[in-house]
Design a protein around this ligand. Structure first.
Ligand SMILES: [Zn+2]
Length: 341
């Protein structure tokens, strides 16, 4: 055996420098990435977001220049989030014609070639921070033992009232020029409601990217600094998915597909790559994954301590999301990664 070096299988043959690229199974391009942009109607100047180094809330007057910075890196698409001038229980500023996202969208689409996606939800617009107007919760069992002391058990989001608001939001975004509408509230029936409203108003060409499998995740923490959208009480577990559930994601996504979703999103990304992978197998639609603020912040924090090489781990993270089956990735690393191409 000592002299027998004739190994039939040597995978290392294909790992040599000049062949690696040819046999690489997954690629990552700036055109795969969507950069989130925060537009703040209450700001007069750019405000850094402490928990998301390198990101800022920008005033409406800076929305175009912010998007131009993104485009210069090679990233072609942005997702707009808005912080409104005022909040109320119903989140009415979310569909105002002169609302923050509507105004920013008009300027960005008039002055740049960016592909503009808009987040359609109410949590940044309601004074209680939930994703829709509230109602008294109907409980099937008054003696339920799963009472959660952290939750105000008498209030929850009114699903069907929220659908009406989402219809108005989507149409207002489309009228402002949004290229794609992305409902993120995990309301039952939201995709169908928005599809119907867009079609009625002549926006049948505007696609919907549904946050189809959005989990109730602790990884959203830094985003809540950025978008000022933390719920004032309780949490979002009554509408966002339980992190324990994988089969339920298939069911959620099937419903969105039936209602006409064009792109299916999983959020967060890295802790849910199994979901990305199973959706890739089950559906032919493009799959998006949202590499969320917590995934971004933890790599930044570790690199600030000198524990990780930021550029390398950012790229490896995004590559792994693509390898799992995502076609497009929303990520706060979009510009950093694209710049290195
Ligand atoms: Zn929301």
């Amino acid at each position: 055996m000592d002299n027998d070096r004739s190994l039939t299988h040597r995978p290392r043959r294909l790992r040599q420098d000049r062949i690696r690229g040819l046999v690489s199974e997954t690629s990552l391009e700036p055109s795969d990435l969507i950069a989130p942009v925060f537009v703040d109607a209450t700001a007069d100047e750019r405000v850094p977001i402490d928990s998301m180094p390198g990101h800022e809330r920008v005033p409406v007057s800076d929305a175009v220049s912010r998007v131009e910075e993104v485009l210069e890196t090679g990233v072609e698409a942005v997702m707009l989030f808005g912080i409104p001038t005022s909040k109320d229980p119903d989140g009415t500023r979310a569909w105002a014609d002169d609302g923050v996202v509507q105004e920013a969208t008009r300027r960005i689409t008039a002055e740049t070639d960016a592909y503009v996606l808009t987040d359609a939800c109410l949590c940044e617009y309601t004074d209680h921070g939930h994703c829709g107007p509230l109602e008294e919760e109907l409980r099937g069992d008054a003696h339920s033992h799963d009472h959660d002391p952290d939750l105000d058990a008498t209030l929850t989001v009114d699903n069907d009232a929220t659908l009406e608001a989402l219809e108005k939001i989507a149409v207002s975004h489309a009228e402002a020029g949004a290229d794609m509408i992305a409902p993120s509230g995990m309301m039952d029936g939201m995709v169908g409601a928005i599809r119907g409203a867009l079609d009625r108003e002549g926006f049948e060409h505007v696609p919907i990217m549904s946050y189809a499998a959005k989990y109730e995740s602790a990884f959203y923490g830094p985003f809540r600094d950025a978008a000022d959208g933390a719920p004032a009480f309780g949490n979002r577990r009554h509408y966002q998915m339980d992190p324990a559930n994988a089969r339920e994601a298939i069911r959620e996504v099937e419903l969105d597909v039936e209602q006409g979703a064009d792109v299916l999103m999983v959020k967060p990304a890295l802790p849910y790559l199994d979901i990305v992978s199973s959706l890739r197998r089950e559906f032919d639609h493009p799959i998006a994954a949202y590499n969320v603020s917590g995934e971004y912040a933890m790599l930044h924090a570790a690199s600030e301590k000198g524990w990780l090489d930021l550029e390398a781990v950012a790229r490896e993270s995004l590559l792994s999301i693509k390898r799992a089956g995502a076609d497009l990735i929303l990520t706060y690393f979009a510009e950093e990664v694209a710049r290195s191409y």
